[in-house]
Design a protein around this ligand. Structure first.
Ligand code: BDR
Ligand code: CA
Length: 312
């Protein structure tokens, strides 16, 4: 599986990245960064540190992407959930890896063009980089195999507004452009991520049973998720567990059979006082003009958690 990850590298993004790095069937062709939980620049810096932590090959390209949405301004870092550094204030050494000095759109285009219809882009943040690539390189749509994205909600409550999820609400216009592109898209949203609960005890016990070479990763996850659990507690009232957002989207790439998908034509509401970033999916027989999107509507949560923890 040839994968590019596009991340706003916060705590759950970092676990998704670690999971992908540990899967032998996954070949990571690059990691691109976008504003969201932290700035795109800080996200790229966090990616470098996580790659070091996992002792990942030094030649994995890292590219810094958009620092703001297509319209309007970024609201700033989400320190309450992801800490001041995006990694739950866990300290990881400064990395000597370099971030490639090239436009993210060119990287996404050139890398997918090198392997036509073979590359999956896994987006774990706003869709800004992908929307900009579609705009700048019309052939991108033909070359990319598919996109799996963490974001949105069909029927679960939103997590930043009553009806919207953070990644979609943070750049609804970009998300709508990507939805309209005709690219094969699978959406892993709050409908399934809220049902998949990562228990505090899973993270806390990692250190005891993981392989010796993974002790540093277990230590990092304990520190980062210690903060993340607190943040989610304040936001969602959960005490001993938290939803599994970005890692679940990564699992959907590797093990799609753990999910049930529904195909619906859908757009994203880009305006409105209450509905910005909301998915408008048409369940009528005579649907509006839009592209079909695959929405994850159910998941075998226990199997997904087993799959995640199997990397240790
Ligand atoms: C999404 O928003 C970000 O905070 C997380 O990293 C995840 O991608 C959840 O709504
Ligand atoms: Ca994310």
């Amino acid at each position: 599986m040839k994968i590019i990850l596009d991340v706003d590298c916060g705590v759950d993004d970092s676990l998704a990245l670690l999971y992908m790095l540990k899967k032998p069937e996954v070949e990571i062709l690059g990691v691109t960064s976008v504003f969201g939980n932290v700035s795109a620049q800080k996200s790229a810096d966090n990616v470098c540190r996580i790659l070091d932590l996992a002792d990942a090959p030094k030649d994995i390209p890292i590219v810094c992407g958009a620092e703001s949405p297509l319209e309007g301004q970024w609201d700033g870092p989400v320190a309450i959930i992801h800490g001041d550094n995006g990694l739950g204030n866990a300290r990881l050494p400064v990395s000597s890896r370099t971030v490639l000095d090239m436009p993210v759109e060119d990287f996404l285009y050139e890398t997918t063009a090198r392997y036509p219809e073979e590359v999956t882009v896994l987006t774990l943040g706003r869709l800004t980089n992908v929307a900009n690539t579609i705009e700048k390189h019309p052939d991108f749509k033909k070359n990319i195999k598919n996109i799996v994205m963490m974001g949105g909600t069909l029927s679960a409550p939103g997590n930043v507004t009553p009806v919207a999820e953070a990644n979609f609400e943070g750049d609804p216009l970009a998300c709508d452009k990507v939805f309209c592109s005709g690219i094969d898209i699978s959406v892993v949203g709050l409908d399934v991520t809220m049902q998949t609960r990562l228990k505090k005890s899973y993270i806390e016990s990692l250190w005891e049973y993981c392989r010796d070479q993974d002790k540093a990763i277990a230590e990092y996850l304990c520190a980062a998720f210690g903060y993340y659990f607190e943040g989610n507690h304040i936001q969602d009232g959960c005490i001993d567990d938290c939803p599994l957002h970005d890692p679940l989207a990564a699992i959907a790439v590797v093990k799609p059979e753990l999910f049930q998908f529904q195909l619906l034509k859908a757009r994203i509401e880009c305006n409105g006082d209450y509905c910005r970033g909301m998915i408008v999916a048409d369940k009528r027989n005579h649907t509006f003009e839009a592209e079909y999107i695959k929405f994850a509507i159910a998941v075998d949560a226990e199997a997904a958690l087993r799959e995640l923890l199997s990397i240790f």
